[in-house]
Design a protein around this ligand. Structure first.
Ligand SMILES: Nc1ncnc2c1ncn2[C@@H]1O[C@H](COP(=O)(O)OP(=O)(O)O)[C@@H](O)[C@H]1O
Ligand SMILES: [Mg+2]
Length: 259
């Protein structure tokens, strides 16, 4: 018995250590951009997500608007949104990423720019459309709208007619409008924008996101009548090979259950 207890104690200690390491790693935000030096499996994963998504989004007049969601922070939404947008841009499609996370937006950081003078200033009538949409330094097909300065009531700005009209205008000028959002189980802000899009892709992080949280997220999205296009599992580790599978896997659900 003593022996068993000792094994359990050591296992718990190891687990606690691993958890604390993981939390430390997760809370350090870095801006990861896939390029020609990235491992082929990572590039391939994004390519297949791109292909699956172009099939999953119903055909629309003008550009397609995709909403990238997750239950909680650190799932990898922003990283996925930027790299997905960049993949579309590389195949000569015009893409714009909109940073709807008006409290903790990170998109501008990817392009070494300031988040100030972005969506919140545009929606409150302080800057023009031309000053709001910026071309990214990495690809001229890729533009972005930074989140702007944290406004007092983001939800009200996001559900306004100006936001609806902005997305309509972007759809006319771009092939893809990728919307990066705040975590849906913490803030309802993103749901204000959801009806203006063609559907959501949910991002979950392997061994970090709980199934019950994904279920609550799906419930919320369905309640808001959002078409769920599929899910991306970020940081997938192959259990058999016990190593990082370089990243991502995509589960394509083609809005089967969400309708
Ligand atoms: N597959 C991955 N492997 C390693 N680090 C990752 C991976 N995905 C995301 N990260 C890192 O985790 C942190 C959180 O990711 P982020 O995209 O900001 O999540 P979210 O937008 O959902 O809060 C960032 O530092 C990001 O670079
Ligand atoms: Mg984010």
């Amino acid at each position: 018995m003593k022996f068993l207890k000792e094994i359990r104690r050591r296992r718990d200690e190891k687990r606690a250590y691993k958890d604390s390491k993981r939390i430390q790693q997760l809370s350090q935000r870095t801006e990861y951009l896939v390029d020609e030096n990235s491992p082929p499996s990572v590039r391939e994963a994004f390519r297949s997500i791109k292909v699956a998504l172009s099939v999953a989004v119903p055909k629309t007049e003008g550009g397609k608007a995709i909403f990238v969601a997750s239950a909680y922070p650190y799932a990898g939404k922003t990283m996925v949104a930027v790299n997905l947008a960049s993949m579309f841009a590389l195949s000569n499609l015009k893409v714009v990423i909109v940073d709807v996370d008006m409290r903790r937006g990170q998109i501008a950081k990817f392009f070494r720019a300031t988040h100030k003078k972005g969506l919140s200033e545009y929606l409150s009538g302080q800057i023009s459309y031309e000053d709001t949409v910026r071309v990214s330094p990495i690809n001229e097909n890729l533009s972005y709208i930074a989140c702007g300065t944290h406004p007092p009531r983001p939800y009200e700005l996001l559900e306004s007619d100006q936001m609806k009209e902005l997305i309509e205008r972007l759809r006319k000028e771009y092939d893809y409008v990728i919307i990066d959002t705040p975590p849906i189980l913490i803030l309802s802000d993103a749901l204000a924008v959801a009806p203006y899009t063609d559907g959501a892709v949910i991002v979950a992080r392997h061994e970090t996101t709980y199934l019950r949280d994904i279920e609550r997220e799906l419930e919320l999205l369905r309640f808001a009548k959002v078409n769920v296009l599929g899910a991306i599992v970020n940081g997938y580790k192959d259990a058999r090979r016990q190593r990082e599978h370089d990243g991502y896997s995509y589960y394509y659900d083609s809005a089967r259950k969400s309708k």
